[in-house]
Design a protein around this ligand. Structure first.
Ligand code: GDP
Ligand code: MG
Length: 672
């Protein structure tokens, strides 16, 4: 076996298994729709490669990411398949299994979530199941790695045992005849002779457009195929008048599944409600559910700032501006570097990059909490509770996944929108994701709210996140009324049981989210800091006398007049906003370089004399709303494949930021 594909329903533990088998790390989330692209990894024992695919309930695609699987099966043709089956949801999972058996390649069943099944009183007789399906079945708990070793063994050594069975589901005379006819037609189109024409024919009978597309039939054959399909539909109507072809095929498969379940599964119903049920009575309460969630958010921000983040951040700042800076300047002196280089390093790089790094604690604490909410299964519940709200504004619950990922970083969030079926909803979601306040904006809030709203920092930051969400809803309503006229789609999120996250996974996924921030600090923010420092050091006539004569002041001054109405018409603010187009952390770097402060306290003093609290709030709102970073623009272009939408996104964001900040500043002036 050298190229195995992992296939299964959403949220069955495919990615967990993939990680266990390849010792790599891919995003594991306790909800469906997390994996939207296929991922290839080398097996731990170097015996071949394995591909993690998005979860699907059936091979007939409903959304773009589901098409990935069907297309993969026709085009790529894996040499073997591992079908991950959720033991606690056997009935629904086996539907895909039957289709995979028809596919005819060596198949192995990884019966995952054995712990969940057992706790629900579902007892599966492995040998019986294996006999009835004709393929090996290996019980697993992918999360802890139990059974993975056995699976790997069977995958690599017992390839004879995994050979495809002569497993055939008889669909009755009419369909069997149609399968023969279609197979004959297909024979010359099948891209690889080993692809089962029976399987392909069945998929075509089910009207699987992804398979049809991937087979690249010519016009002639397409026409003959349509005639055959119509004919079959008609003959079927003679014997089963109330059924379409798709329904009929489904009913045959369902009947077989019932047969299997009857012999292989023994269920001892549990009388008392499960722990998940009891928690959900509270967490998803029709009235208390949402307030509880908001309280949870508030506590999250309290932890991120007041209780834990700020004290840690202060310690880090003391270290960077104290011992570390002293050490670096000492080293520079000892090396006898020129005054210019020393200034570049100390006032540019240390100030710019260090000024951003001090916010590491806040960012990692927030990510840790988000990972925790995801992994326990609470996040999935939040999306279900908010689904109604989303529908009211023309989005659906599926958009919530990109939105939630967007609180970490907008770039993967835009990519996660691929899970949305409707093209228009998908575009709308991608346009709105940048309004989710990503972690890069956190340092700006931490800095400004720390100066002006020290006592209610969590509340102020919470209000900014909330502002982003509120505007998302309003704009969704507006855009879906105007640009994207009504298109209904349906949302189905299956609720996973609550699970206590494992420490290792939790830290791993926090790290995966946060490492991007560190990487950015070493690249983008570093380069930005150097550039900004140079611009602040040089002016039209060589070295600038004072920073007010520098290029930076000149560039910032260009847009300063425009910023008068929003409350911060200084070249400093203008320059920070312009450099903030690169990445939002750079705003903080710019402030550090411009105000040239010895440490965060010094910077705070300077900022507090440059802004009023109202101006600071207006500034933070501006930061929240305008285009997050160059990377977002790049990924938008890639995912929408359209410059038009990309330009629209940037334009509306800048305009929105401007208008909202005007309202905040001018409105605030009237009130205060
Ligand atoms: P995928 O959507 O199929 O890729 O599934 P994931 O690998 O992302 O896992 C979905 C969720 O199920 C995660 O929260 C995992 O930690 C959890 N999980 C995976 N395998 C098991 C298992 O065997 N038992 C239990 N209790 N949870 C599991
Ligand atoms: Mg996955």
């Amino acid at each position: 076996m050298n190229n195995t594909a992992l296939i299964g329903n959403p949220n069955t533990g495919k990615t967990s298994l993939f990680n266990a088998l390849t010792s790599s790390y891919q995003y594991v989330g306790n909800w469906s729709g997390v994996t939207v692209e296929k991922k290839v990894g080398q097996l731990r024992n170097k015996a071949g490669s394995i591909t993690d695919l998005p979860g699907v309930y059936s091979l007939n695609p409903v959304s773009r990411d589901e098409g990935v699987v069907a297309t993969f099966l026709v085009g790529q043709e894996p040499s073997a398949i591992v079908n991950i089956v959720d033991a606690s949801q056997l009935e629904r999972n086996l539907y895909l299994t039957l289709q995979m058996l028809e596919y005819g390649k060596p198949l192995l069943i990884g019966l995952n979530m054995m712990d969940v099944a057992e706790s629900r009183g579902v007892h599966i007789q492995i040998e019986v199941l294996s006999r009835m399906l004709g393929v090996p079945v290996i019980p697993l708990v992918a999360r802890t790695g139990k059974g993975c070793h056995e699976l790997l063994e069977v995958m690599t050594h017992n390839s004879s045992q995994t050979a495809a069975p002569d497993w055939i589901l008889d669909y009755g005379e009419t369909i069997e005849q149609a399968i023969l006819d279609i197979s004959r037609e297909l024979a010359k189109f099948v891209p690889n002779p080993s692809l089962s024409t029976r399987w392909a024919a069945l998929q075509l009978l089910e009207n699987n457009q992804a398979v049809r597309h991937a087979l690249k039939l010519d016009d002639d054959c397409s026409r003959r195929l349509d005639t055959l399909l119509e004919g079959t539909e008609r003959s079927l109507a003679a014997t089963h008048p109330s059924m379409t072809l798709t329904h009929y095929l489904r009913s045959v498969r369902m009947a077989r599944i019932q047969e299997i379940l009857k012999s292989a599964v023994i269920t001892q119903p549990k009388a008392h409600p499960t722990l998940t049920d009891r928690i959900d009575q509270m967490a998803m309460h029709p009235f208390w559910g949402v307030p509880l969630f908001l309280t949870f958010m508030y506590v999250t921000f309290k932890l991120t700032f007041d209780w834990l983040g700020n004290p840690l951040s202060d310690m880090l700042d003391t270290f960077i501006s104290g011992p570390l800076s002293t050490f670096i300047s000492g080293a520079l002196e000892a090396l006898n570097v020129s005054g210019f280089t020393a200034a570049l390093i100390l006032d540019g790089i240390v100030a710019g990059v260090g000024g951003v790094l001090v916010f590491i604690p806040q960012i990692f604490i927030l990510f840790l909490i988000i990972s925790f909410i995801e992994d326990t299964g609470y996040m999935a519940r939040i999306t279900v509770m908010l689904d109604r709200l989303m529908e009211m504004v023309g989005l659906n619950g599926k958009s919530l996944i990109p939105f939630i990922i967007g609180f970490g970083c907008n770039v993967p969030a835009i990519m996660a929108s691929r899970g949305i079926e409707q093209e228009k909803e998908r575009t709308l979601t991608m346009l709105l994701v940048p309004l989710m306040s990503c972690s890069a904006r956190l340092p700006v809030y931490a800095l400004f709210a720390g100066v002006f709203f020290a006592r209610s920092q969590a509340l102020v930051v919470f209000s900014l996140y909330f502002l982003g969400i509120l505007l998302t809803l309003l704009l969704a309503k507006l855009f879906s009324r105007t640009i994207f006229k009504n298109q209904k789609s349906f949302y189905f999120m299956e609720l996973p049981p609550y699970r206590l996250p494992q420490g290792r996974t939790l830290f791993r996924s926090t790290w995966e989210k946060g490492k991007g921030f560190l990487r950015k600090a070493g690249t983008f923010i570093l380069a930005g800091s150097v550039l900004i420092w140079m611009m602040s050091y040089l002016g039209p006539g060589g070295v600038a006398e004072s920073m007010d004569d520098s290029f930076l002041a000149y560039v910032g001054g260009l847009i300063a007049p425009l910023l008068q109405p929003v409350g911060f018409g200084t070249w400093q603010a203008g320059a920070a906003l312009m450099t903030g187009f690169m990445a939002k952390e750079v705003v903080v770097s710019t402030m550090n370089i411009i105000y040239h402060a010895p440490d965060i306290n010094g910077l705070q003093v300077q900022i507090s004399s440059a802004f009023t609290p109202l101006q600071a709030y207006s500034f933070m709102s501006f930061i929240l709303l305008y285009t997050p970073c160059l990377a977002t623009v790049g990924v938008l272009r890639k995912e929408t494949s359209s410059w038009k939408w990309t330009a629209f996104s940037v334009a509306y964001a800048v305009l929105l930021a401007y208008l909202v900040s005007i309202v905040i500043y001018q409105g605030g002036k009237l009130i205060f």
